[in-house]
Design a protein around this ligand. Structure first.
Ligand SMILES: [Mg+2]
Length: 229
């Protein structure tokens, strides 16, 4: 039996709609030299490792959003040859990085045609992200498609972070749709595919960099490969 048609698409945001990794890399290229540091590949890799280490601790409720930023800087700055300083100094430094990050935001080229096509097909859309609401809404605004992308749901709105099933189910409820007709799309196989399926949604892995897992049965390399409703 054919599955029912997809009536809603829930997008992840970072590295799905917005090129977070590319934007952050360009931001480091602008920001680190201001601190007298070189944005070499080792420091850039350390930046993303520190993000991966500390950001989920905020999602899990272990530390505050500001603390995860300070911890990331405490990990990375010594590797870049910069003295981290006290909390106040760290907050000032992070504000400098953030300005560079925001100025570097880039939306993937396949987002606009895909969102327009889904809209024409009558498919409801939402954005589900573990980031901070204010910043994530600014990113969605930067796509120029906020009026089409629908509600932007962060842990502040849903009361849950991915991979908690409540996050995905809240997104479906906001679209007024049963999970079985909602497709979740994202770059993280664990958070965007496995956990979405566990919550009862359909899910597709957006694997832009070909990183795998290669045994994932529904893998696409571009949003334009999505079924248009
Ligand atoms: Mg992502």
């Amino acid at each position: 039996m054919e599955p029912p048609p997809v009536r809603g698409v829930v997008f992840d945001l970072d590295d799905t709609l917005l090129d977070h990794r590319g934007s952050a890399t360009r931001a480091l290229g602008r920001w680190l030299p201001r601190l007298g540091a070189s944005p070499d590949a080792g420091v850039v890799a350390a930046w993303f490792e520190a993000e991966e280490r500390h950001f989920p601790r905020w999602s899990a409720g272990e530390i505050t959003f500001t603390e995860q930023r300070r911890l990331r800087l405490r990990d990375v700055l010594p590797a870049a040859g910069v003295e981290p300083g006290d909390d106040e100094e760290l907050d000032r430094l992070f504000a400098g990085y953030l300005a560079c990050y925001q100025a570097s935001w880039t939306v993937f080229d396949d987002v606009a045609p895909t969102v327009r096509s889904l809209h024409r097909a009558g498919v409801a859309m939402a954005v589900l992200t573990n980031g901070l609401g204010e910043q994530q809404r600014a990113k969605v605004a930067a796509t120029g498609l906020a009026h089409r992308l629908g509600p932007v749901l962060t842990p502040e709105e849903t009361g849950a972070s991915k991979p908690d099933p409540a996050a995905y189910l809240t997104a479906c409820a906001r679209l007024g749709l049963e999970p079985g007709v909602v497709l979740h799309v994202g770059d993280r196989h664990d958070l965007d595919v496995e956990a979405a399926r566990a919550a009862g949604l359909r899910a597709v892995h957006l694997d832009r960099r070909g990183a795998g897992p290669t045994d994932e049965p529904w893998r696409i390399s571009s949003l334009t490969d999505l079924p248009a409703g």
